[in-house]
Design a protein around this ligand. Structure first.
Ligand code: DCP
Ligand code: MG
Ligand code: MG
Length: 512
């Protein structure tokens, strides 16, 4: 069985909830063949949002932090019910343990394990349902918001990860006072490399490590959460290094260890930005390790992937990633989805659509913006290609129905069910048998109603944090589930560090 943390990444390829992150990547990264990652000096790309616009910096001068919370859903449950803290805990969705606390991990339980296997390994495992993501989403937003208190340059990656660009903070610190000669890194240094206090690049990262430690301490005191952090000169390396020591620890990778960090990855699929399909295509070229890719002639890679994607792949293999930390901004769509073994009758489809719309309407009402478009996505069962067989149809939402959505209640549900069923019939011929394994409904083209009233972005901001004045809010947050970088189809979407800004509210699994 292949289990995969499903996202809307495939769907978002042509959708308006796709982000510019991937495009930034392609715009900004040019191949630096023959240049060691640590000495590469291509300029930083322009940030999509001008918020906190970073000055042009050599890549080696950037300081990027990556935060990943420990056993996120399990932590949230343990905060809600402290009695669970001393027990091995598994969070269950369908027949899968989506995550488990570290005590359960000591008993051999792992993430994405079947419940039956987990129970065999650890009979005393306590199971809590993780189907309702509402609370996880709320805490997730609070985490990003706390981080935004330190820097406006915070980018969410799924529910439990955030990047933060602290380059300016490091600059400010360096201007304020000279670094003491006995300055050290807070936490681990990747490879146990020794810190050279005379090397500016080292000092910058060491300062970054102290900022990371401060942020992690704040996460703990203010939200009761622990997590890991990675400190590096770019997002790719920060993400790759952050889980080196788990849980509740942090690791800095100094530039000289870039090559080791890259080649220590257990395969190309581990490199953020190299998704399932890309890895398959690389495999057909005989490339399975990062080193294989590093050594592969660029000209040949270009033949297979085209110039720009080949260059990006090549750069990734070398640990080069100039993509900026792009403040996430308000979600551009809200969606909900569910996956299942089989839905093959119209009644079941109707029930599922009603269920999805109920929770979605509630969230849309809280958001306050009026959606102008509704999209239905289905996945048909396919024995050969079950990962990528999604199709969608979308249509405008009539204004009177849109208004009902934001005025609350479930008045809009019946007409939306009708619309959604019409979209369904555009894809599925009811006279023939069908077998669906996923249904997703997405509201997009979200429009604020006025500058100050409900429905405005400022309303959305204040909803996130009523205790915080709206003018202090930096940005509101993408509503995402996935925490992994996801696959993308080269040619369809840009390759790069693909954030899964899927807006889904459910984790779903393929193949179960
Ligand atoms: N998640 C999920 N389905 C997946 C992967 C993750 O529902 N296939 C959810 C549950 C996790 C959360 O996302 O708690 C964050 O994912 P991580 O991979 O970061 O895993 P954890 O935070 O749970 O554990 P770790 O301590 O290893 O980071
Ligand atoms: Mg985590
Ligand atoms: Mg994570």
């Amino acid at each position: 069985m292949d289990i995969c943390y499903e996202s809307d990444a495939q769907m978002s390829v042509d959708s308006d909830d796709d982000t510019d992150w991937t495009r930034n990547f392609s715009d900004n990264v040019r191949v630096q063949e023959g240049i060691h990652p640590t000495t590469a000096t291509s300029p930083l790309g322009k940030c999509r949002k001008t918020l906190g616009k970073a000055p042009m910096k050599a890549p080696s001068q950037r300081v990027i932090l990556h935060f990943d919370l420990d056993c996120f859903y399990a932590q949230v449950e343990m905060i809600q019910n402290p009695e669970l803290r001393n027990k091995p805990l598994g969070i269950q969705q369908k027949n899968i343990i989506v995550t488990c606390n570290y005590m359960a991990r000591e008993h051999g339980v792992t993430k994405l394990m079947f419940v039956t296997t987990a129970k065999e390994r650890c009979p005393q495992l306590v199971l809590v349902s993780g189907e309702d993501l509402t609370h996880y989403r709320e805490i997730s937003y609070k985490v990003t918001e706390l981080l935004e208190g330190y820097s406006p340059l915070v980018e969410r990656l799924g529910f439990d990860e955030n990047f933060m660009d602290v380059t300016d903070m490091v600059d400010a610190k360096l201007r304020q006072e000279p670094v003491p000669s006995d300055f050290t890194v807070n936490g681990h240094i990747y490879n146990r490399q020794s810190l050279d206090t005379r090397a500016e690049a080292h000092m910058r990262l060491a300062i970054g490590s102290h900022i990371a430690a401060k942020v992690r301490a704040a996460l703990h005191t203010k939200l009761g959460l622990t997590g890991c952090a990675g400190i590096a000169t770019n997002k790719l390396l920060a993400k790759l290094v952050s889980g080196t020591f788990k849980p509740n620890q942090q690791t800095t990778v100094l530039p000289e260890s870039t090559a080791d960090l890259m080649t220590s990855q257990a395969g190309l699929r581990k490199v953020p930005g190299v998704g399932h399909r890309t890895a398959q295509r690389l495999q057909t070229l005989g490339l399975s390790s990062v080193r294989d890719l590093q050594c592969f002639p660029l000209a040949q890679l270009e033949k297979e992937f085209g110039v720009s994607a080949a260059q990006r792949l090549h750069n990734l293999s070398l640990g080069i990633d100039d993509t900026p930390v792009t403040p996430t901004g308000p979600p551009q769509s809200l969606s909900d989805e569910d996956s299942f073994k089989k839905i093959s009758t119209e009644t079941e489809v109707l029930e599922k659509i009603e269920e999805l719309l109920t929770s979605l309407l509630d969230r849309m009402h809280k958001d306050g913006r009026q959606p102008r478009t509704i999209r239905l996505t289905i996945r048909r069962f396919s024995a050969t290609n079950k990962w990528f067989s999604r199709e969608s149809r979308q249509c405008p939402i009539p204004s009177n129905i849109g208004k009902k959505i934001i005025s609350g209640g479930q008045d809009a549900k019946a007409p939306l069910v009708n619309i959604t069923m019409k979209l369904f019939h555009k894809m599925i011929d009811r006279n023939n048998p069908f077998h669906l394994t996923l249904i997703n409904i997405c509201f997009s083209n979200l429009q604020a109603r006025g500058a100050d009233g409900k429905g405005s972005i400022s309303f959305f901001f204040t909803q996130r944090s009523p205790s915080k004045p709206a003018d202090q809010e930096k940005s509101c947050l993408e509503d995402t589930i996935d925490t992994s970088f996801s696959d993308t189809s080269l040619g369809e979407a840009e390759l790069g560090l693909i954030p899964v800004f899927s807006n889904s509210s459910r984790a779903t699994y393929r193949g179960n």
